[in-house]
Write a protein that binds this ligand. Structure first.
Ligand SMILES: Cc1cc2nc3c(=O)[nH]c(=O)nc-3n(C[C@H](O)[C@H](O)[C@H](O)COP(=O)(O)OP(=O)(O)OC[C@H]3O[C@@H](n4cnc5c(N)ncnc54)[C@H](O)[C@@H]3O)c2cc1C
Ligand code: SF4
Length: 472
C-alpha cells in the first residue's frame, strides 16, 4: 500500500483550474497538473483497503491501489504498465471521466477520496513524455479480418485489442478523422485532439487500418463488410438526439447540441465546418436545455464564443448539495455538481419545463416556461418567459440511428432502440456481427465505451480462434 499513515497525515488536494477569466479566452485545456511531489503525496493516501471498492467503482476495473502504491514508491513506468493492462486510453479518462472510482473510495465516507483520476492522468502523461507508450505489435498474424464501424472510444479500444491479438483490423468512420465524440463532441478545452492523434498513430503502427469518410450503409453497404470480413463490430454510438416537439420548435436559432459543438471543434482543428449555417453564440442570449455533460459543453463553448448570457434549464429538481453516504456509498450519488463550464458564468434553473418558443420574423426570441412538481407536472400559475436568441437542445440521445447500417444488417434492437447484444459475448442477432459502446448500451460514458470495446474484442477473438487470451 501507499504510506500506512498517509491518509491520516496528508489532506486531499486536487488539480486546480486556470482562472475562468483567463481560460474563457481560448479553447485549450486549463487543468493545471500537480507537481510530482504532490502527486506522490496524494498516492500515499491510498489505504489499500481489504476490499478496494474503487476497483469495482471503475468500469474498466483499474487496479487503483496497485498503481497508487507504485507512484508513491516512484516506479512510474510500472504504474503506467499496470494502468494500461486495464485501460487502453487513460489520457482520455484521466481528463474527462466523472470518476465513479472516487465516489466509491473508502475515504469518500469522510468526503476526502484519493484523487484517483488526477493520479491516473499524471501516470499516463508522464508515460507519453518519457516515451514509454510504444506500439505493441502482434508477434504473429492470425489471417483473420475484422471490420469495426465507428472510431469512438469503444471502436478504438476494440480495434487496439484485436490488432494486438494478431488480427487484420479495419476501422470504418464516416467523419474525416477518427475519435467519435472524443473528437467532434467533447470540446478541446476538456480534451485536446492531439491526444487522439497520438493514439491513432500508435494504433496505425500496430496494424490498424482507418478508413475515414466512409459512411457504412451509405458509401458502402453493410453487406459488403459482412461478405469481406470474418467479423463485424458495430460501435457507431448513440446519435439520435432527444427532441422537444413543442410549438415554435421550427423557429430559426433552435439547434441540437450536436449541430453546434462539432462546428466549434472543427474550427479549432482548422477542419472545414461542413455546414452552410454557422451556429455561433457571439453576442447572443443563449439558453441550454438539458443539464448533463453535453449541456455543460454547450455552456463553455458559448461563453468562449462571446455569448451575452447563458442560462441552463433542467427539468429534474435541484439535487441535494450533499448525499446521504449511508444510503449511497459506494455507488455514484445524486448530488449537486458544478462543472467547470457552469463555473464560468451560467445561470442554472431546475424543475422547469419549456412549453413554447416564440419569435420575431422567424427567429426565436423567447421561451415560455413552467415550473414542475415532483411528478414533473406543470405547477399552475408558475409560468414565466426567458429571452433567447440561441437555444441549444442538450437533452440526451435516445438511440442509434436505425436507417442505413442497422436496417441493412437487420440486427434486432432492444426496447430502447439500441442494438440487442448481451455483455457476455456482445453478439448481435445477425451472423458474425457484434456490438459495443453507446450503440449497444445507450448513451453513456467514455470509460464504459472503453470497457465494452475491450470486452467485445475478447469475445470476437474467442469466436474467431476458439479461445482467447485477451482480458475482459
Ligand atoms: C457533447 C458530449 C459530451 C460528453 N462528455 C463526456 C464526458 O465529459 N465524459 C464522459 O465520460 N463521457 C462524455 N460523453 C459521452 C461519451 O462521449 C460517449 O459515451 C462515448 O463517446 C461513446 O463512445 P462510442 O465509441 O460508443 O461512440 P461514439 O463516441 O459516439 O463514436 C461512434 C462513432 O461511430 C461513427 N459512426 C456511426 N455510424 C457510422 C456509420 N454508419 N459508418 C461509419 N461510421 C459511423 C460516428 O461518426 C462516431 O465517430 C459526452 C457525450 C457528448 C455528446
Ligand atoms: S477510468 Fe474513471 S472510474 Fe476508472 S480509475 Fe480512471 S477516473 Fe476512476
Amino acid at each position: 500500500m501507499g504510506k500506512v499513515t498517509g491518509f491520516i497525515e496528508i489532506d486531499r488536494h486536487d488539480r486546480r483550474y486556470a482562472p475562468a477569466s483567463d481560460r474563457i479566452r481560448h479553447y485549450k485545456e486549463f487543468v493545471l497538473p500537480m507537481s510530482e511531489a504532490s502527486t506522490k503525496d496524494q498516492a500515499a493516501r491510498c489505504m489499500n483497503c481489504g476490499i478496494p471498492f474503487c476497483h469495482n467503482g471503475c468500469p474498466v476495473n483499474n487496479q487503483i491501489p496497485d498503481w497508487n502504491d507504485l507512484v508513491y514508491r516512484g516506479d512510474w513506468e510500472e504504474a503506467a504498465s499496470n494502468l494500461h493492462s486495464t485501460n487502453n486510453f487513460p489520457e482520455f479518462t484521466g481528463r474527462i471521466c466523472p470518476a465513479p472510482c472516487e465516489a466509491a473510495c473508502t475515504l469518500n465516507l469522510s468526503d476526502s477520496p484519493v484523487t484517483i483520476k488526477t493520479i491516473e492522468n499524471a501516470i499516463i502523461d508522464r508515460a507519453w513524455e518519457e516515451g514509454w507508450v510504444r506500439p505493441q505489435k502482434a508477434t504473429r498474424q492470425t489471417g483473420k479480418t475484422i471490420a469495426i464501424v465507428g472510431s469512438g472510444p469503444a471502436g478504438l479500444a476494440c480495434a487496439q485489442q484485436l490488432a494486438r491479438a494478431g488480427h487484420d483490423v479495419h476501422v470504418y468512420e464516416k467523419n474525416p478523422k477518427p475519435g467519435g465524440l472524443l473528437r467532434y463532441g467533447i470540446p478541446d478545452f476538456k480534451l485536446e485532439k492531439r491526444h487522439i492523434d497520438r493514439r491513432v498513430a500508435q494504433m496505425s503502427s500496430e496494424g490498424v487500418t482507418f478508413h475515414c469518410g466512409v459512411n457504412v450503409g451509405v458509401d458502402i453497404t453493410a453487406q459488403e463488410l459482412q461478405e469481406n470480413y470474418d467479423a463485424v463490430v458495430l460501435a457507431g454510438g448513440s446519435e439520435k438526439p432527444r427532441d422537444l416537439p413543442i410549438p415554435g420548435r421550427d423557429l430559426n436559432g433552435i439547434h441540437f447540441a450536436m449541430d453546434f459543438l462539432p462546428q466549434q471543434n472543427r474550427r479549432v482543428s482548422k477542419e472545414p465546418v461542413r455546414s452552410n449555417t454557422p451556429i455561433l453564440a457571439s453576442g447572443k442570449h443563449v439558453v441550454v436545455i438539458g443539464g448533463g455533460d453535453t449541456g455543460s459543453d454547450c455552456i463553455g463553448t458559448s461563453i468562449r464564443q462571446g455569448a451575452l448570457s447563458v442560462t441552463q434549464l433542467e427539468i429534474m429538481p435541484r439535487p441535494p448539495e450533499k448525499e446521504n453516504k449511508l444510503l449511497t456509498w459506494p455507488d455514484w450519488p445524486l448530488k449537486l455538481r458544478t462543472s467547470s463550464s457552469q463555473e464560468e458564468g451560467a445561470e442554472r434553473d431546475f424543475a422547469v419545463l419549456t412549453k413554447e418558443f416564440t419569435g420575431d420574423g422567424g427567429q426565436v426570441k423567447q421561451l415560455h416556461i413552467s415550473r414542475v412538481d415532483g411528478k414533473m407536472q406543470p405547477v399552475p400559475d408558475s409560468g414565466f418567459s426567458l429571452r433567447a436568441d440561441l437555444v441549444l437542445l442538450a437533452m440526451g440521445f435516445v438511440s442509434p440511428i436505425e436507417d442505413g447500417l442497422l436496417a441493412d444488417l437487420g440486427v434486432q434492437l432492444d426496447a430502447r432502440g439500441n442494438v440487442a447484444a448481451d455483455t457476455k459475448v456482445y453478439r448481435s442477432s445477425t451472423d458474425k456481427v457484434f456490438a459495443c459502446g453507446d450503440m449497444r448500451r445507450g448513451q453513456s460514458l467514455v470509460v464504459w465505451a472503453i470497457r465494452e470495446g475491450r470486452q467485445a474484442a475478447s469475445s470476437v477473438d474467442a469466436h474467431l480462434m476458439g479461445s482467447t487470451t485477451l482480458p475482459r
